[in-house]
Design a binder for this molecule. Structure first.
Ligand SMILES: [Zn+2]
Length: 421
């Protein structure tokens, strides 16, 4: 799309004009010089990026100015801040995320009392130590259904519940999208679980759409995933890992236009965590909470199905068919920690068949497009200056994403020193 070229030019001129009007006490614009730019979709080659007032002002050729503060990128790779499409937030988790280049997190079930503060922060371009947050708030599930042991009491859908009203209440609480839980439990020895009926799922999704909200669905089995997509779901927030899908089933998901957040990290039984804990480019920056979470032994069982292998095969088929695949971790579940586990999830996506550029797009531009986050996810003039600089070239070796050299959030350099706790 060459529409971008002229728009870029206009915006870079606007950036220059703004610089001329900067007065005393206003932070100088910062230019990151000499970087290989992965713009969220493709490698654009070497150039510079100018940041001003929390936003990207120019990309590519940035004319020198005595007013610019210069950061020498030293030929490293600059990427958009990462977006984790499946987390559950808790105290301190958004700071952990930011110190590993995850500048935005999409929460998939949480206490709605977190939401007003999160909304204020993500609209601001002020310096912050936390990733920005969007959230489903309370997910839609039934009494006795998944999640089984919530830390707080929340409303659930019963047989007589007015679904229209139930969804309206979630929107009023501040849910940015509606999360539907379609989980019937098993396989043995895990117990079977009650879940929403197909009619309840259809009405929930329709109600979300009437409120102009996306509806995303937790479904870990192919049959449930297909019924969610048929009911109009905008996305699935896990891959399905009970069976490898056939061509017609994959094509059906493609035709429905749904995206998939595979969360392979949640079925890798600690493989990703072990890789991260063995990597000297990662370990110095881990907080005590991140270390604790990564060292959790996920409960593996002899004879369990190969969820990771089956899930990865499905991810490869979905990607090959053109279904948008988005990176998400489901942290802090099963040996996953905020921020750092995204560095393992993108490696899982590469092993599943996405090339490194597609895996990086799955963690940047693709989530922004799928969730309508119009101010982020790419390196382009006018977007928020959320950037990650890494040694090496993650567009050819995805593990280079672990070699983070610097992070900017809203144009401010992030202090990566882990808390002592
Ligand atoms: Zn989850």
């Amino acid at each position: 799309m060459n529409r971008g070229a002229s728009r870029r030019h206009v915006l870079s001129l606007a950036g220059v004009a703004a610089i001329a009007s900067v007065g005393a006490g206003v932070p100088a614009p910062v230019v990151i010089r000499d970087v290989r730019i992965f713009d969220g979709e493709r490698v654009r080659g070497r150039g510079s990026v100018l940041m001003q007032d929390g936003r990207i002002a120019a990309v590519g050729e940035v004319p020198s100015s005595a007013r610019h503060q210069v950061y020498d990128g030293g030929g490293r790779t600059l990427l958009p801040g990462l977006i984790d499409c499946h987390v559950h937030s808790f105290e301190g988790s958004r700071a952990d995320a930011l110190r590993f280049g995850v500048t935005t997190e999409l929460d998939m079930f949480n206490d709605p009392s977190l939401l007003p503060e999160a909304r204020r922060q993500r609209r601001s371009t002020a310096a912050t130590r936390q990733a920005d947050l969007w959230s489903a708030g309370v997910g839609v599930t039934v009494p006795g259904g998944h999640p089984l042991r919530p830390e707080w009491d929340f409303p659930r859908v019963e047989s007589g519940t007015d679904i229209e009203r139930f969804v309206a209440d979630r929107i009023a609480e501040g849910s940015d999208y509606v999360k539907v839980i379609l989980e019937n439990g098993g396989p043995p020895p895990r117990p079977a679980l009650p879940t929403l009926t197909p009619g309840q799922v259809r009405r929930t999704i329709a109600a979300a759409h009437r409120h102009r909200r996306r509806a995303v669905v937790h479904a870990e089995k192919l049959g449930l995933a297909l019924s969610a997509v048929r009911a109009g779901a905008d996305g699935l927030v896990h891959a399905f890992w009970d069976t490898v899908a056939g061509a017609a089933e994959i094509a059906g998901i493609r035709r429905a236009g749904a995206f998939v957040v595979p969360t392979l990290s949640v079925v890798d039984w600690g493989i990703g965590a072990k890789e991260l804990l063995a990597d000297g480019r990662v370990t110095p920056w881990l907080s005590p909470t991140q270390q604790y979470l990564l060292r959790q032994e996920p409960q593996d069982r002899p004879g369990r199905p190969d969820f990771l292998g089956i899930g990865s095969a499905n991810v490869g088929l979905l990607h090959a068919a053109g279904v948008p695949v988005l990176a998400g971790t489901d942290t802090p579940i099963r040996a996953n920690a905020n921020g750092v586990s995204m560095l393992a999830e993108v490696a899982h996506l590469v092993r599943a068949g996405l090339g490194p550029p597609a895996a990086l797009a799955a963690a940047t531009s693709a989530p922004a497009r799928a969730f309508g986050l119009t101010d982020r996810g790419r390196i382009a003039p006018g977007l928020r200056a959320d950037l990650v600089l890494v040694d090496g070239d993650p567009t050819t070796d995805i593990t280079d994403l672990r070699a983070i050299k610097a992070i900017w959030k809203n144009g401010h350099l992030v202090d990566r020193t882990p808390p002592e706790e």
